[in-house]
Design a protein around this ligand. Structure first.
Ligand SMILES: Nc1ncnc2c1ncn2[C@@H]1O[C@H](COP(=O)(O)OP(=O)(O)OP(=O)(O)O)[C@@H](O)[C@H]1O
Ligand SMILES: [Mg+2]
Length: 329
Protein backbone atom coordinates (compact mmCIF):
# COMPACT_ATOMS: atom_id res chain seq x y z
CA UNK A 1 0.00 0.00 0.00
CA UNK A 2 1.18 3.52 -0.76
CA UNK A 3 2.28 5.40 2.35
CA UNK A 4 0.38 8.58 3.21
CA UNK A 5 3.69 10.23 4.05
CA UNK A 6 7.12 8.88 3.21
CA UNK A 7 10.54 10.29 4.19
CA UNK A 8 13.62 8.88 2.44
CA UNK A 9 16.85 9.94 4.15
CA UNK A 10 15.45 13.40 4.85
CA UNK A 11 17.62 16.02 6.52
CA UNK A 12 16.90 19.65 7.33
CA UNK A 13 19.87 21.58 8.56
CA UNK A 14 19.90 25.20 9.75
CA UNK A 15 23.55 26.24 9.51
CA UNK A 16 25.31 23.79 11.81
CA UNK A 17 22.08 22.66 13.54
CA UNK A 18 20.85 19.29 12.29
CA UNK A 19 17.19 19.82 13.15
CA UNK A 20 16.23 16.69 11.18
CA UNK A 21 19.04 14.30 10.43
CA UNK A 22 18.70 11.48 7.90
CA UNK A 23 15.15 10.46 8.76
CA UNK A 24 13.50 7.58 6.91
CA UNK A 25 9.88 7.00 7.74
CA UNK A 26 6.63 5.63 6.29
CA UNK A 27 3.30 6.70 7.74
CA UNK A 28 0.42 4.52 6.55
CA UNK A 29 -2.91 5.86 5.38
CA UNK A 30 -5.40 6.02 8.27
CA UNK A 31 -2.73 5.71 10.92
CA UNK A 32 -2.59 7.67 14.17
CA UNK A 33 1.14 8.31 14.16
CA UNK A 34 3.00 10.12 16.95
CA UNK A 35 6.31 11.95 16.72
CA UNK A 36 7.60 11.75 20.29
CA UNK A 37 10.75 13.37 21.63
CA UNK A 38 12.19 15.99 23.97
CA UNK A 39 12.30 19.71 23.24
CA UNK A 40 14.51 20.52 20.25
CA UNK A 41 14.54 16.97 18.89
CA UNK A 42 13.13 17.98 15.48
CA UNK A 43 9.41 17.15 15.80
CA UNK A 44 8.03 20.48 14.61
CA UNK A 45 10.58 20.65 11.79
CA UNK A 46 9.33 17.24 10.60
CA UNK A 47 5.73 18.48 10.57
CA UNK A 48 6.75 21.64 8.70
CA UNK A 49 8.53 19.47 6.13
CA UNK A 50 5.34 17.45 5.62
CA UNK A 51 3.25 20.63 5.36
CA UNK A 52 5.72 22.18 2.93
CA UNK A 53 6.67 25.15 5.12
CA UNK A 54 10.24 23.81 5.07
CA UNK A 55 12.23 22.17 2.30
CA UNK A 56 14.61 19.29 3.01
CA UNK A 57 18.33 20.05 2.80
CA UNK A 58 18.62 16.55 1.34
CA UNK A 59 16.46 13.49 0.90
CA UNK A 60 12.99 12.99 -0.54
CA UNK A 61 9.46 13.40 0.80
CA UNK A 62 6.46 11.90 -0.92
CA UNK A 63 2.80 12.24 -0.04
CA UNK A 64 0.50 9.47 -1.23
CA UNK A 65 3.25 8.27 -3.53
CA UNK A 66 3.87 11.61 -5.22
CA UNK A 67 7.11 13.48 -4.81
CA UNK A 68 6.24 16.55 -2.77
CA UNK A 69 9.35 18.61 -3.49
CA UNK A 70 7.72 20.93 -5.99
CA UNK A 71 4.29 21.03 -4.33
CA UNK A 72 3.56 24.26 -2.44
CA UNK A 73 1.88 23.98 1.00
CA UNK A 74 -1.61 24.96 -0.20
CA UNK A 75 -1.60 22.23 -2.87
CA UNK A 76 -0.73 19.44 -0.41
CA UNK A 77 -3.62 17.33 0.96
CA UNK A 78 -2.54 18.17 4.51
CA UNK A 79 -3.53 20.71 7.13
CA UNK A 80 -2.01 21.74 10.45
CA UNK A 81 -3.35 22.40 13.94
CA UNK A 82 -0.78 24.64 15.60
CA UNK A 83 0.18 24.46 19.24
CA UNK A 84 -0.97 28.03 19.96
CA UNK A 85 -4.10 27.48 17.79
CA UNK A 86 -3.33 30.70 15.83
CA UNK A 87 -6.98 31.81 15.79
CA UNK A 88 -7.85 35.30 14.51
CA UNK A 89 -9.01 37.19 17.62
CA UNK A 90 -11.16 39.72 15.75
CA UNK A 91 -13.09 37.09 13.75
CA UNK A 92 -16.02 35.07 15.05
CA UNK A 93 -15.62 31.34 15.60
CA UNK A 94 -17.54 30.66 12.40
CA UNK A 95 -15.39 33.04 10.34
CA UNK A 96 -12.25 31.51 11.82
CA UNK A 97 -13.40 28.06 10.78
CA UNK A 98 -14.52 29.27 7.33
CA UNK A 99 -11.37 31.31 6.68
CA UNK A 100 -9.59 28.73 4.53
CA UNK A 101 -12.75 28.21 2.46
CA UNK A 102 -12.97 31.94 1.84
CA UNK A 103 -9.35 32.05 0.67
CA UNK A 104 -10.17 29.11 -1.60
CA UNK A 105 -12.98 31.17 -3.13
CA UNK A 106 -16.04 29.38 -1.73
CA UNK A 107 -19.32 31.31 -1.67
CA UNK A 108 -20.77 32.56 1.57
CA UNK A 109 -23.67 30.10 1.90
CA UNK A 110 -21.42 27.13 1.23
CA UNK A 111 -18.85 28.44 3.74
CA UNK A 112 -21.51 28.72 6.43
CA UNK A 113 -22.77 25.22 5.75
CA UNK A 114 -19.32 23.61 5.86
CA UNK A 115 -18.20 25.59 8.91
CA UNK A 116 -21.40 24.51 10.65
CA UNK A 117 -20.62 20.88 9.84
CA UNK A 118 -17.06 21.18 11.12
CA UNK A 119 -18.23 22.84 14.34
CA UNK A 120 -20.75 20.06 14.84
CA UNK A 121 -17.96 17.51 14.43
CA UNK A 122 -16.07 19.05 17.38
CA UNK A 123 -19.26 19.50 19.44
CA UNK A 124 -19.31 23.30 19.16
CA UNK A 125 -22.58 23.86 17.32
CA UNK A 126 -24.07 27.09 18.55
CA UNK A 127 -20.70 28.71 19.31
CA UNK A 128 -20.21 30.13 15.80
CA UNK A 129 -21.07 33.69 16.77
CA UNK A 130 -18.62 33.99 19.64
CA UNK A 131 -15.13 35.47 19.54
CA UNK A 132 -12.17 33.25 20.48
CA UNK A 133 -11.70 35.34 23.67
CA UNK A 134 -15.16 34.19 24.80
CA UNK A 135 -14.14 30.53 24.79
CA UNK A 136 -12.34 28.24 27.22
CA UNK A 137 -8.94 26.78 26.30
CA UNK A 138 -10.46 23.45 25.35
CA UNK A 139 -13.09 25.13 23.18
CA UNK A 140 -10.43 27.18 21.39
CA UNK A 141 -8.54 23.96 20.76
CA UNK A 142 -11.66 22.52 19.12
CA UNK A 143 -12.09 25.61 16.94
CA UNK A 144 -8.52 25.16 15.72
CA UNK A 145 -9.35 21.54 14.98
CA UNK A 146 -12.56 22.46 13.13
CA UNK A 147 -10.68 25.05 11.10
CA UNK A 148 -8.20 22.40 9.95
CA UNK A 149 -10.85 19.73 9.32
CA UNK A 150 -13.11 21.99 7.27
CA UNK A 151 -10.52 21.85 4.47
CA UNK A 152 -10.97 18.04 4.35
CA UNK A 153 -7.28 17.17 4.53
CA UNK A 154 -6.20 13.58 3.94
CA UNK A 155 -3.46 14.05 6.52
CA UNK A 156 -3.94 16.16 9.64
CA UNK A 157 -0.79 17.44 11.32
CA UNK A 158 -1.14 18.27 15.01
CA UNK A 159 1.69 20.05 16.83
CA UNK A 160 1.28 19.47 20.58
CA UNK A 161 -2.41 20.34 20.23
CA UNK A 162 -3.18 19.60 23.87
CA UNK A 163 -0.11 21.29 25.37
CA UNK A 164 -1.99 24.31 26.69
CA UNK A 165 -4.71 22.34 28.49
CA UNK A 166 -4.84 21.24 32.10
CA UNK A 167 -4.46 17.54 32.86
CA UNK A 168 -8.15 16.69 33.17
CA UNK A 169 -9.16 18.43 29.94
CA UNK A 170 -6.10 17.04 28.22
CA UNK A 171 -7.13 13.48 29.04
CA UNK A 172 -10.70 14.12 27.89
CA UNK A 173 -9.46 15.64 24.61
CA UNK A 174 -7.09 12.70 24.03
CA UNK A 175 -10.09 10.40 23.94
CA UNK A 176 -12.08 12.76 21.72
CA UNK A 177 -9.27 13.26 19.22
CA UNK A 178 -8.77 9.54 18.98
CA UNK A 179 -12.45 8.83 18.32
CA UNK A 180 -12.63 11.70 15.83
CA UNK A 181 -9.71 10.18 13.95
CA UNK A 182 -11.45 6.78 13.86
CA UNK A 183 -14.70 8.35 12.71
CA UNK A 184 -13.04 10.33 9.88
CA UNK A 185 -10.55 7.62 8.95
CA UNK A 186 -7.89 10.18 7.99
CA UNK A 187 -4.20 10.02 8.84
CA UNK A 188 -3.15 11.92 11.98
CA UNK A 189 0.47 12.90 12.58
CA UNK A 190 0.60 13.97 16.17
CA UNK A 191 3.57 15.72 17.81
CA UNK A 192 4.05 15.41 21.56
CA UNK A 193 6.81 15.31 24.14
CA UNK A 194 4.48 13.46 26.52
CA UNK A 195 5.21 9.74 26.40
CA UNK A 196 1.96 8.80 28.17
CA UNK A 197 -0.03 10.70 25.57
CA UNK A 198 1.86 9.05 22.70
CA UNK A 199 1.45 5.58 24.20
CA UNK A 200 -2.26 5.89 24.89
CA UNK A 201 -3.32 7.45 21.56
CA UNK A 202 -1.10 6.14 18.78
CA UNK A 203 -1.05 3.20 16.42
CA UNK A 204 2.67 3.75 16.00
CA UNK A 205 5.29 6.07 17.47
CA UNK A 206 8.59 7.41 16.15
CA UNK A 207 10.87 8.36 19.03
CA UNK A 208 13.13 11.30 18.18
CA UNK A 209 16.34 12.48 19.75
CA UNK A 210 18.60 15.18 18.31
CA UNK A 211 16.95 15.09 14.89
CA UNK A 212 17.20 11.34 14.50
CA UNK A 213 14.68 8.56 14.89
CA UNK A 214 15.78 6.24 17.67
CA UNK A 215 12.99 3.74 17.17
CA UNK A 216 9.69 3.35 15.33
CA UNK A 217 7.10 0.91 16.58
CA UNK A 218 3.78 0.25 18.25
CA UNK A 219 3.31 1.61 21.78
CA UNK A 220 4.03 -1.79 23.30
CA UNK A 221 7.13 -2.26 21.13
CA UNK A 222 8.74 1.00 22.20
CA UNK A 223 7.64 0.55 25.81
CA UNK A 224 8.47 -3.12 26.34
CA UNK A 225 11.27 -3.57 23.82
CA UNK A 226 13.21 -0.30 23.63
CA UNK A 227 16.09 -0.53 21.16
CA UNK A 228 18.28 2.13 22.74
CA UNK A 229 18.96 3.41 26.27
CA UNK A 230 17.48 6.75 25.21
CA UNK A 231 14.13 5.15 24.32
CA UNK A 232 14.15 3.08 27.50
CA UNK A 233 14.65 6.17 29.61
CA UNK A 234 12.44 8.58 27.68
CA UNK A 235 9.47 6.27 27.14
CA UNK A 236 8.36 5.45 30.65
CA UNK A 237 11.51 6.24 32.66
CA UNK A 238 12.89 2.71 32.59
CA UNK A 239 16.02 1.77 34.48
CA UNK A 240 18.97 1.41 32.16
CA UNK A 241 21.48 -1.13 33.46
CA UNK A 242 25.10 -0.64 32.41
CA UNK A 243 26.72 -3.40 30.27
CA UNK A 244 29.04 -4.64 33.04
CA UNK A 245 26.06 -5.17 35.34
CA UNK A 246 24.14 -7.00 32.61
CA UNK A 247 27.19 -9.20 32.01
CA UNK A 248 27.13 -10.27 35.67
CA UNK A 249 23.39 -10.98 35.52
CA UNK A 250 23.05 -12.62 32.10
CA UNK A 251 26.45 -13.18 30.49
CA UNK A 252 25.72 -10.69 27.68
CA UNK A 253 27.64 -7.45 27.72
CA UNK A 254 25.17 -4.79 26.54
CA UNK A 255 22.95 -2.23 28.23
CA UNK A 256 19.53 -3.48 29.33
CA UNK A 257 16.27 -1.87 30.38
CA UNK A 258 14.28 -2.90 33.41
CA UNK A 259 10.86 -1.37 34.06
CA UNK A 260 10.44 0.09 37.57
CA UNK A 261 7.07 -1.66 37.91
CA UNK A 262 8.63 -5.08 37.13
CA UNK A 263 10.89 -4.99 40.19
CA UNK A 264 9.69 -6.45 43.49
CA UNK A 265 11.20 -5.84 46.90
CA UNK A 266 11.61 -8.70 49.38
CA UNK A 267 13.34 -11.63 47.83
CA UNK A 268 15.67 -11.48 44.88
CA UNK A 269 19.20 -11.64 43.68
CA UNK A 270 20.36 -8.06 43.95
CA UNK A 271 20.94 -6.25 47.22
CA UNK A 272 20.68 -2.52 47.69
CA UNK A 273 19.89 0.30 50.02
CA UNK A 274 16.87 2.62 49.84
CA UNK A 275 17.95 6.21 49.19
CA UNK A 276 14.65 7.98 48.62
CA UNK A 277 10.87 7.57 48.49
CA UNK A 278 8.33 9.54 46.45
CA UNK A 279 4.61 9.16 47.00
CA UNK A 280 2.86 9.24 43.60
CA UNK A 281 -0.71 8.51 44.65
CA UNK A 282 -1.44 5.13 43.08
CA UNK A 283 2.16 3.99 43.69
CA UNK A 284 5.33 4.84 45.56
CA UNK A 285 8.63 5.26 43.77
CA UNK A 286 11.55 3.81 45.71
CA UNK A 287 15.08 4.70 44.67
CA UNK A 288 17.57 1.95 45.50
CA UNK A 289 21.36 2.13 45.36
CA UNK A 290 22.95 -1.13 44.26
CA UNK A 291 26.67 -1.76 43.77
CA UNK A 292 26.50 -1.03 40.02
CA UNK A 293 23.52 1.26 39.49
CA UNK A 294 20.79 3.29 41.12
CA UNK A 295 17.42 1.73 40.27
CA UNK A 296 13.86 3.01 40.49
CA UNK A 297 11.23 0.63 41.81
CA UNK A 298 7.52 1.37 41.50
CA UNK A 299 5.51 -0.15 44.34
CA UNK A 300 1.75 -0.24 43.71
CA UNK A 301 -0.46 1.06 46.49
CA UNK A 302 -0.93 -1.56 49.19
CA UNK A 303 2.55 -3.09 49.09
CA UNK A 304 4.71 -2.57 52.19
CA UNK A 305 6.94 0.48 51.73
CA UNK A 306 10.47 0.35 53.16
CA UNK A 307 12.13 3.28 54.93
CA UNK A 308 15.02 5.36 53.64
CA UNK A 309 18.25 3.62 54.68
CA UNK A 310 16.74 0.10 54.72
CA UNK A 311 18.70 -2.74 53.13
CA UNK A 312 16.48 -4.47 50.53
CA UNK A 313 16.66 -7.33 48.04
CA UNK A 314 15.45 -6.71 44.48
CA UNK A 315 13.90 -9.33 42.22
CA UNK A 316 12.20 -9.40 38.83
CA UNK A 317 10.84 -11.97 36.36
CA UNK A 318 13.54 -13.15 33.93
CA UNK A 319 11.74 -11.73 30.89
CA UNK A 320 11.55 -8.23 32.43
CA UNK A 321 15.21 -7.59 31.69
CA UNK A 322 15.37 -6.40 28.10
CA UNK A 323 18.92 -6.52 26.72
CA UNK A 324 19.57 -3.87 24.05
CA UNK A 325 22.03 -5.78 21.90
CA UNK A 326 22.08 -3.26 19.10
CA UNK A 327 22.02 -0.15 21.23
CA UNK A 328 23.49 2.84 19.45
CA UNK A 329 23.06 5.68 21.86
N1 LIG B 1 14.29 28.31 11.49
C1 LIG B 1 15.25 27.79 12.27
N2 LIG B 1 16.49 28.31 12.29
C2 LIG B 1 17.47 27.77 13.05
N3 LIG B 1 17.30 26.70 13.86
C3 LIG B 1 16.09 26.14 13.90
C4 LIG B 1 15.00 26.66 13.11
N4 LIG B 1 13.90 25.88 13.37
C5 LIG B 1 14.30 24.96 14.27
N5 LIG B 1 15.61 25.10 14.60
C6 LIG B 1 16.39 24.26 15.50
O1 LIG B 1 16.18 22.91 15.14
C7 LIG B 1 16.08 22.07 16.26
C8 LIG B 1 14.76 21.32 16.21
O2 LIG B 1 13.70 22.23 16.39
P1 LIG B 1 12.18 21.78 16.43
O3 LIG B 1 11.35 23.01 16.54
O4 LIG B 1 11.90 20.89 15.28
O5 LIG B 1 12.12 20.94 17.77
P2 LIG B 1 10.88 20.29 18.55
O6 LIG B 1 11.19 18.84 18.71
O7 LIG B 1 9.61 20.66 17.89
O8 LIG B 1 10.99 20.98 19.99
P3 LIG B 1 9.82 21.50 21.01
O9 LIG B 1 9.31 20.27 21.72
O10 LIG B 1 10.56 22.41 21.93
O11 LIG B 1 8.76 22.20 20.21
C9 LIG B 1 16.25 22.97 17.47
O12 LIG B 1 17.59 22.91 17.88
C10 LIG B 1 15.90 24.35 16.93
O13 LIG B 1 16.57 25.34 17.66
MG1 LIG C 1 7.98 21.82 18.47
Amino acid sequence: MTAAVSFKSVSRHFGTVRAVDNVTLDIAEGEFFALLGPSGSGKTTCLRLIAGFEQPTSGRISIFGEDATATPPYRRPVNTVFQDYALFPHLSVEDNVAYGLMIAGQGKAERRRQAGEALELVALSGFGGRKPSELSGGQRQRVALARALVMKPKVLLLDEPLGALDLKLREAMQGELKSLQRQLGITFVFVTHDQGEALSMSDRIAVFNEGRIQQTGSPSEVYDRPETPFVADFVGSSNVLPPEMVRELTGTSAPASLRPEAITLGEGTLSGKVVSLSFLGAATRVEVDTARARLNVLLPKGRPVPAVGDAVMLGWPADALHVMEHAHG
